[in-house]
Design a protein around this ligand. Structure first.
Ligand code: B12
Ligand code: SF4
Length: 544
């Protein structure tokens, strides 16, 4: 079989995605001819993420420019190259990997392919996993693989090649005689059994990584999948509860230390990496004993600097010196807010007080490890007063050591499959799409360019202003207004405010996780919907 994979990346974020790489690796090993169409360096002028971060003061000046890596083509030219690629390669199937930000752009490419060729199109990735009901309605998408694609897509290719029934292909949603069919889900796999990544598909620019004023050649590896937290804005909550009822809670899995060391050493022979970036959501969320083995073996056998994301409660006085000694040069932490009330009730981020964040960042600086503090602005129900709690905590964290700490701010975005999306849809807080294939999604979703949520507790204009002033407030260039200097831990400002009562009730009612959207219930509405007892989950087809 000839398989044309599509990586529709229109914002220029480079870094080769581990998920699609694994899928392509497996297909190639199965004997298929695999080609990749990747728009990363042709659809953008620069990495938008970096550009916006520079504008918001999150990236140190002077930043390392990556503009020369890009050639901004018009959409027409990209479509022409895309169609030419299909014409020349003559694939038996087109397979797109989709994140929500790039879905609309992906749809444009798939529409042009459908218009000109009769080739089956399958979609996989985070958005089709969290919203198969929505994506399968897309006129240019014939099949959706929900969840992990390693086993499912391999099986689908076998069925397509043999022209056998699709009904046994796991995780598959497909259309038959105008009806949507949904197959059983395969169990979460043992991630130690995955093959090592074949990287030849990717443009070599994907392996560049500017870090701390230097450009590195970077490798991307996963040592675990999933996270045990229940955050209302994150896709992990859906992965814990939203797929197979028999697999609830089993999404979080670890690779053994042996597996990861073997994988990195093997690829390093060819790649000669200067930096390893782990894509895990919660790198240290595993036993001390395993991590002790990791530190020891990494320092002896791998000896390459590494960087990771983890949760604040996983850091302590015991593991930080070990991390440093073994070569960890950077850690990224999602703090998201400085308001403990918002963190607990709106984000559902668990019981992690501000003190824990401050102490964690202090320990990282004392150990000499660079840290990044990630925060967000614009949660429905978040007030300016709450945001200034974020400003104050971030300011004190950055003051620990300006050189070893950095920060990044993003707008909250209602990604489908999260509680934030459920709430935005229930209350009409976003510009909703009503086209088949996109029905119920937030139009123009982004975490970097602008706020896409109409938060009744803070205007969009003020949210933008606070976003762009964030760096100045925490660097002391702008003074924090007097009225926000003192913390009102009782949140008197929010008491008796009718605007938030319904929102806070909804957060509590969605405590058990997000609910699936039933796109047929999503009908055009213009205004904010008043929440009543009866309309909670108005759009949800299957309460969990
Ligand atoms: C590394 C990373 C990146 C990398 C690589 C992106 C990528 N496509 O993998 C970079 C830096 C480029 C990136 C950028 C962004 N990211 Co990011 N990123 C991640 C992160 C932390 C890890 C991704 C990963 O490697 N996962 C492990 C692999 C194995 O899983 P996977 O990619 O989902 O792939 C599996 C399945 O989805 C499926 N699959 C995937 N593709 C295909 C294709 C086919 C045909 C099939 C059948 C199956 C299939 O099979 C794979 C193997 O099981 C995830 C969080 C996470 N843990 O997943 C966020 C995440 C994917 N990112 C997210 C976001 C929002 C962004 C950005 C918009 C914002 C930003 N500034 O970070 C940009 C958007 C980029 C774009 N193209 O539009 C969100 C996506 C939300 C959504 N609903 O779309 C996530 C889920 C974070 C979160 N907690 O919400 N990101
Ligand atoms: S801690 Fe981070 S990765 Fe884990 S669920 Fe929350 S946001 Fe997602």
């Amino acid at each position: 079989m000839k398989i044309l994979c599509l990586y529709p990346n229109n914002d220029g974020y480079f870094r080769c995605p581990v998920g699609l790489t694994l899928i392509m690796t497996i297909l190639k090993k199965e004997g298929h001819e695999v080609k990749l169409f990747d728009t990363t360096f042709m659809a953008a002028e620069d990495n938008n993420d970096d550009v916006v971060r520079q504008k918001s003061g999150s990236v140190k000046s002077p930043p390392i420019s990556t503009t020369h890596l890009y050639e901004k083509y018009s959409d027409e030219r990209i479509i022409a190259i895309w169609l030419e690629t299909i014409q020349n390669f003559k694939p038996d199937v087109i397979a797109a990997s989709i994140l929500e930000d790039a879905y609309e752009f992906c749809g444009t490419l798939l529409d042009s392919a459908k218009k000109n060729f009769d080739i089956p199109v399958v979609a996989g990735g985070v958005t089709p996993t969290l919203s198969p009901y929505i994506v399968i309605e897309h006129p240019s998408i014939d099949m959706v693989i929900q969840g992990e694609g390693e086993v499912a897509f391999k099986e689908l290719c076998i069925a397509l090649k043999n022209k056998s029934s699709l009904s046994e292909v796991p995780n598959l949603w497909y259309k038959k005689n105008g009806e949507i069919k949904k197959n059983k889900l395969v169990r979460y796999m043992d991630i130690n059994k995955l093959p090592n990544q074949t990287l030849d598909f990717w443009n070599k620019n994907h392996f560049l990584k500017p870090f701390d004023g230097k450009m590195y050649k970077a490798g991307f590896f996963e040592m675990s999948r999933g996270c045990m937290h229940k955050c209302h804005y994150c896709f992990n909550r859906y992965m814990q509860i939203g797929l197979d009822p028999n697999e609830v809670g089993k999404y979080r899995r670890n690779k053994t230390v042996d597996t990861i060391i073997r994988e990195v050493l093997e690829l390093n022979k060819k790649m000669n990496y200067g930096l390893i970036l782990f894509t895990d959501d919660n790198f240290l969320g595993r036993s001390f004993a395993e991590m002790d083995e990791f530190y020891e073996r990494w320092a002896k056998e791998v000896k390459i600097p590494y960087w990771h994301n983890t949760c604040i409660e996983t850091l302590n006085e015991r593991n930080l010196p070990q991390l440093k000694k073994s070569g960890c040069i950077g850690i990224s932490i999602g703090m998201e807010t400085g308001s403990e009330w918002i963190r607990r009730n709106v984000l559902l981020k668990g019981n992690m007080p501000n003190k824990m964040y401050y102490e964690g960042f202090k320990m990282m600086a004392e150990t000499g490890i660079r840290s990044t503090l990630n925060v967000m602005i614009g949660f429905p129900g978040e007030y300016e007063e709450d945001h200034f709690e974020t400003v104050k905590l971030s300011k004190s964290i950055r003051s620990i050591d300006k050189n070893l700490t950095s920060h990044s701010i993003a707008f909250v975005a209602p990604y489908a499959g999260t509680v934030i999306h459920n709430i935005c849809l229930d209350l009409g807080l976003m510009d909703t799409d009503y086209k088949p294939g996109y029905r119920g999604l937030c139009k123009g979703i982004t975490v970097m360019k602008e706020p896409v949520i109409n938060n009744p507790c803070m205007t969009k204009e003020r949210t933008i202003e606070l976003y762009y002033n964030f760096a100045d407030y925490i660097n002391g260039k702008k003074e924090i207004p007097k009225k926000f200097l003192e913390t009102d831990s009782e949140r008197h400002f929010a008491k008796n405010d009718l605007k938030n009562i319904e929102i806070y009730k909804l957060y509590a009612e969605y405590k058990n996780g997000p609910r699936d959207i039933n796109p047929t219930n999503v009908v055009e509405r213009k205004n904010y919907i008043k929440h009543t007892k009866d309309n909670i989950g108005l759009f949800s087809s299957s309460p969990k």
